[in-house]
Design a protein around this ligand. Structure first.
Ligand code: FAD
Length: 288
């Protein structure tokens, strides 16, 4: 479930330093270089106690190789089954790509501030995912689908460079059947593509919503998130109703190492989800 806690912080690991073994149950290839790993903790007590909220992440640890922050992309209503959708880009994620079902990794979490459930309820929520950004939003989409009547509307805008780069497409039908308006968009079409060609921001002008009762949750590259905030402002959605999830290199995930410091904020614990207004001045600085 999305959390209702007044502090909006979401569930926390009892011991944030402690990693627990987790077994890979299934690996689903999504698009080239991106796989979804379904995992479960091997210790049934850990499995039973673990809870997370949409927008949080875990630290995936491969001994001798390293640790990486990866969003949790499964349904929070079934927290014993954890999914992580991962692009192989470096030490940990490349090593993960060499593993198979039955192999074990170590995992600690959950970490981070989730999408703001209280602020979203009752509104028209526009979910904007740039490429792999949608992984951090899939848990929220499951929640919106299950309780669609709690929202004035739900629209998913998923952007990719090419049609072959769109993933979770097999779930579009279920999301649409639940009353979610799903609009994929690609930078460059091909013979198979009859959808929109352009940028996710192009689609804002065509949305039917009351901007005073709308909110945006967005995850993708920094320039895209700045552009989405501008597009939202263009249709009247205020910056404090636009929420972005930041990806920054991180190591400890518990506000000690400073690697993920972003202006006065630590992305690992103050984020990764921020109201756009609260970080716009830092997001405008390239490579911060
Ligand atoms: C909150 C959060 C959620 C995230 N969720 C996801 C997710 O759901 N899925 C996902 O795939 N990723 C996600 N990430 C990103 C992921 O944590 C990073 O990509 C992480 O660095 C991968 O670890 P790695 O060891 O595989 O890569 P690293 O080895 O750390 O490499 C990462 C990048 O740095 C470059 N690099 C490495 N070493 C050097 C060097 N010496 N000089 C120059 N460049 C170098 C690599 O080429 C690569 O592009 C998330 C990050 C955060 C903060």
């Amino acid at each position: 479930m999305l959390p209702d806690a007044a502090d909006g912080l979401g569930p926390r690991a009892a011991d944030p330093w402690r990693s627990h073994p987790a077994r890979i149950l299934r690996i689903t290839p999504e698009v080239p270089g991106v796989r979804t790993y379904d995992l479960e903790f091997t210790d049934p007590r850990v499995r039973a106690a673990y809870r997370f909220a949409a927008g949080q992440f875990n630290m995936l640890y491969l001994p001798g190789i390293g640790e990486a922050a990866i969003s949790i992309s499964s349904d929070a209503a079934t927290p014993a089954l954890l999914a992580h959708t991962v692009r192989a880009v470096g030490n940990v994620t490349d090593a993960l790509a060499r593993l198979e079902p039955g192999d074990e990794i170590l995992l600690r979490g959950p970490f981070g501030r989730p999408w703001p459930a209280e602020r979203l309820r009752g509104r028209h929520v526009v979910v904007v995912g740039g490429g792999l950004g949608l992984a951090s939003q899939r848990t929220a989409i499951y929640e919106f689908a299950r309780h669609r009547d709690r929202y004035a509307g739900v629209t998913v805008l998923h952007g990719a460079k090419l049609p072959a780069g769109l993933f979770y497409t097999a779930e579009y039908a279920a999301w649409r059947a639940a009353g979610i308006d799903v609009r994929p968009v690609v930078d460059e079409g091909d013979a198979s593509w009859s959808g929109h060609v352009g940028l996710v921001t192009d689609l804002f002008a065509g949305l039917t919503l009351d901007p005073a009762n709308a909110a945006v949750i967005c995850c993708g590259p920094d320039p895209m998130m700045n552009a989405v905030a501008r597009a939202a402002a263009g249709v009247g959605i205020a910056g404090h109703d636009v929420f972005v999830s930041l990806e920054r290199n991180m190591a400890c995930a518990v506000r000690h190492c400073g690697l993920c410091q972003f202006g006065p904020h630590f992305v690992c614990q103050d984020g990764p989800v921020f109201a756009y207004d609260s970080i716009a001045e830092f997001l405008a600085v390239p490579h911060l």
